[in-house]
Design a protein around this ligand. Sequence first.
Ligand code: NAD
Length: 285
Amino acid sequence: MGNNLLKGKRGIIFGALNDMSIAWKVAERAVEEGAIITLSNTPLAVRMGTTNELAEKLNAKLIPADATSVTDLEQVFEQSMEVLGGKIDFVLHSIGMSPNVRKKRPYDDLDYDMLLTTLDISAISFHKMMQVAKKMDAINDYGSVVALSYMAAQRTVFGYNDMADAKSMLESIARSFGYIYGRERNVRVNTISQSPTVTTAGSGVKGMDGLLDFSERMSPLGNATAADCADYCVVMFSDLTRKVTMQNLLHDGGFSSMAMSYRAMEQYNKSFEEFKDENGKIIYG
Ligand SMILES: NC(=O)c1ccc[n+]([C@@H]2O[C@H](COP(=O)([O-])OP(=O)(O)OC[C@H]3O[C@@H](n4cnc5c(N)ncnc54)[C@H](O)[C@@H]3O)[C@@H](O)[C@H]2O)c1
């Protein structure tokens, strides 16, 4: 049940691939809150995924676009304003992909052409999106632009590979563009740093099961789900957060403020069972 938090607002949601996608949940929640939206994803994703079903269900136009192409992005904003009947109030960038991760290239043996692709798809596309929107004057006063990030932007996470560099850049773009967009057009720009979440992109991360379990045990509130993330995005799109901009907002059940929790310590200690002496003291190798 919605509360009409986004009544009368027009939005564009990039990156809903299937019903596990965070963007999928955000699109559903935004419409539930009274928004009208368009959806966008790559032509390949539109063919391979189930975004069409979501478009049908939400009565939203689906505009195929590669977010690394400025021309495609211009089309998305132009068509969105046309079908939604005016300027845009919110945009979600929920896009990430690393060919190095896909091809299992470790961080100390990266393919540099692939690294450029990672950065272009996962970070620079966010800049392109905003540059296009600003030049077209496509976003309303106090409009809200949100991109999804991950804590590996600040702290090293085993297996996250060159996506960590992309997320650092993404968060930096939010600050740099957020300053200009805020100053000149009153548009706010933020990133939401989300807990590990089971999705198609998420399952590409090395050791995802262990990571999910570890962060669940470490977080006093447990991992934030895709549905929780959708709720947070709705608040960020709403008029209730008009003065929040240039922030990286941690949405992780408290994980980022923890160093060790009782539940994680308990599990960690279990791994030492076979290395304990008769008094229960750990014998370090
Ligand atoms: N799943 C997690 O654990 C997690 C945690 C924190 C942040 N995130 C971030 O959330 C966002 C959404 O990912 P998700 O987990 O919902 O997975 P997902 O696989 O459902 O979404 C990723 C989307 O990116 C799209 N995409 C890839 N290349 C593109 C391009 N060139 N142009 C346009 N779209 C393109 C894909 O088609 C897909 O829809 C990503 O930025 C991801 O890094 C995910």
